[in-house]
Design a protein around this ligand. Structure first.
Ligand code: ADP
Ligand code: MG
Length: 240
């Protein structure tokens, strides 16, 4: 589903991603961890082409992203992304936030988009909030709207960049629950998070990044039991 081969990326003269080799299969749940500034967000953003790679090969969902001629809008439809800040339109109701892209980008009818939106709102547990405005919702509820919005596009891959980092502690669990249930339904997911408990139980694999490199790529079980790399061990010991 996602394959990085010898990928490098520079911001000007700054070498942000170094020789990235990474393969993610359909249905896999991969958590990316590592210190701030290690390149986690940049790597994630390369997957939906919010950032372009400098060299190497990157194939996502069968599309070679290193080839500059691809139809980027068509490609992006199949990838959902959830950010730390939910990026909902404040002047639109929840339901209208969700149906915007399916109607505009996919050409779904209003009725079909609404029906789908309600299905996903119910699935994330806030079907009763369809006619509320974002400001009337808690942070955790807003993030669940953002996830429902992503799902309404029928994505093949969901990317999450620190989806719980902006939430009050008591709301983190409800968002992680939604992600956990998506994982169980077989969605291919790549998640940057500091929630080690979630990584431990929900991830198939954990990738540890440091200074632009993948330092460790292990099953979740192996990673938490005994990380091979000293840097990963130090990182974990500071968190746990
Ligand atoms: P992480 O998500 O692991 O904290 P990022 O991928 O956001 O790391 O950033 C990695 C490094 O790249 C940081 O040093 C950051 O300052 C730098 N960086 C990120 N985006 C840009 C950009 N658009 N231009 C220049 N440098 C950037
Ligand atoms: Mg980041």
């Amino acid at each position: 589903m996602i394959e990085f081969k010898h990928v490098n990326k520079y911001f000007g003269s700054f070498h942000v991603l170094k020789e990235i080799n990474l393969t993610i299969r359909q249905g896999e749940v991969v958590v990316i961890v590592g210190p701030s500034g290690s390149g986690k967000s940049t790597l994630l953003r390369c997957i939906n082409r919010l950032e372009t790679i400098t060299d190497g090969e990157l194939v996502v969902n069968g599309v070679p992203l290193h080839n500059k001629k691809i139809d980027i809008n068509r490609f992006r439809r199949e990838i959902g992304m959830v950010f730390q800040h939910f990026n909902l339109y404040p002047h639109k109701k929840v339901i209208d936030n969700i149906i915007l892209a399916p109607v505009k980008v996919l050409g779904m009818s209003n009725a079909e988009a609404r029906e789908k939106a309600m299905t996903y709102l119910n699935r994330v547990g806030i079907g009763d909030k369809a006619d509320s405005y974002p400001s009337q919702l808690s942070g955790g509820q807003q993030q669940r709207v953002a996830i429902a919005r992503g799902l309404t596009m029928n994505p093949k891959i969901m990317l999450f960049d620190e989806p719980t980092s902006a939430l009050d502690p008591e709301m983190i669990g409800e968002v992680l629950d939604v992600m956990r249930s998506l994982a169980h339904q077989g969605m291919t997911m790549v998640i940057v998070t500091h929630e080690m408990g979630f990584a431990k139980e929900a991830a198939d694999r954990v990738i540890f990044m440091d200074e632009g490199r993948i330092v460790e790529d292990a099953t979740s079980e192996d990673f938490f039991k005994q990380p091979k790399e000293e840097r990963a061990r130090t990182f974990l010991s500071r968190l746990l």
